[in-house]
Design a protein around this ligand. Structure first.
Ligand SMILES: [Zn+2]
Length: 283
């Protein structure tokens, strides 16, 4: 079906007390697996392409974006396209023509004041084009020599009052918060601060986003959704599934050379991971 917008997927999820799964696309097979997993779970999903994935494709956004959009169009699942962790202003401005309905603008490396300024400008740019803008905020320091704005740094937590001020000052549509998860975890051992999630939900008027969900167990994710998380980002878990299946196949078939033979089990493993996550989010 045609691409849907991230804004409508998140507002549908909000009304239903669910969360939307957002999965990172690196290769065409990731996009195909996300669509297959969403179809299997009977749930919508967000195909997200990060700035790092664009760098992997030689800095060109168009080919992988066009491929992901084409996968969405031939799928029976509701899928939207999201540009993730954008630092480059040039990449931000490239987003619109490729069918992206949302962008996560990442100014977390800047000081609080500069983060607010850059994010507010990104929001103005996005809203003029109907693009939904997500940003992130960790613990606000703002003092000299202190740089804890990154919501992904281990141990960092988002302060509810500062998050509310940040949303008011920037006008963002959704906010990624630091509540105990961190990126690139290959073991699912993270525990979340559920009391903090509840306080953030009460203080912040926009939907909350959980990054680094690959390292969070199902029970913790389900509880986070019940406390008000509305977008759950998953990247590493897909790669763990893909690489594990490919490695197993190649170990069993060391003389094989046809990439279709070993990529297929990798893609199937990712689809299984996607549908499993989506079931947790809808419970
Ligand atoms: Zn992230």
């Amino acid at each position: 079906m045609p691409l849907v917008t991230t804004a409508e997927l998140i507002s549908d999820a909000q009304r239903a007390g669910r969360a939307v799964g957002a999965f990172n696309v690196i290769t065409l097979e990731h996009a195909e697996a996300i669509a297959a997993g969403a179809e299997e779970a009977g749930a919508p999903a967000i195909l997200q392409i990060s700035e790092n994935a664009v760098k992997f494709h030689g800095g060109s956004l168009a080919p992988i974006a066009a491929a992901a959009a084409a996968v969405a169009r031939v799928s029976s699942a509701q899928l939207s396209l999201h540009l993730d962790h954008v630092v480059s202003e040039d990449l931000l401005r490239a987003a619109h023509p490729e069918g992206f309905s949302s962008v996560m603008f990442d100014a977390s490396k800047l000081t609080y004041g500069d983060n607010v300024k850059a994010t507010a400008a990104a929001v103005r740019w996005g809203h003029e084009r109907g693009i939904y803008v997500e940003a992130e905020l960790g613990k606000v320091g703002g003092k000299e020599g202190e740089k804890p704005l990154d919501a992904h740094a281990p141990g960092v937590r988002t302060d509810p009052a500062e998050a509310a001020a940040y949303v008011a000052e920037t006008g963002v549509d959704a906010l990624a918060v630091a509540v105990g998860s961190s990126h690139a975890m290959t073991e699912r051992t993270a525990t979340l601060d559920h009391d903090l999630i509840g306080r953030l939900r009460d203080a912040v008027p926009v939907p909350l986003v959980l990054h680094g969900s690959s390292g969070v167990p199902d029970t913790e994710i389900a509880a986070a959704v019940a406390s008000g998380m509305r977008k759950i980002n998953v990247g590493t878990a897909l790669n763990t599934a893909f690489t594990g299946a490919v490695r197993e196949w190649l170990t069993a078939n060391p003389a094989a050379v046809d990439p279709r033979k070993y990529t297929a089990p990798g893609r199937d493993a990712m689809a299984g991971t996607v549908s499993r996550f989506l079931r947790v989010l809808g419970s």
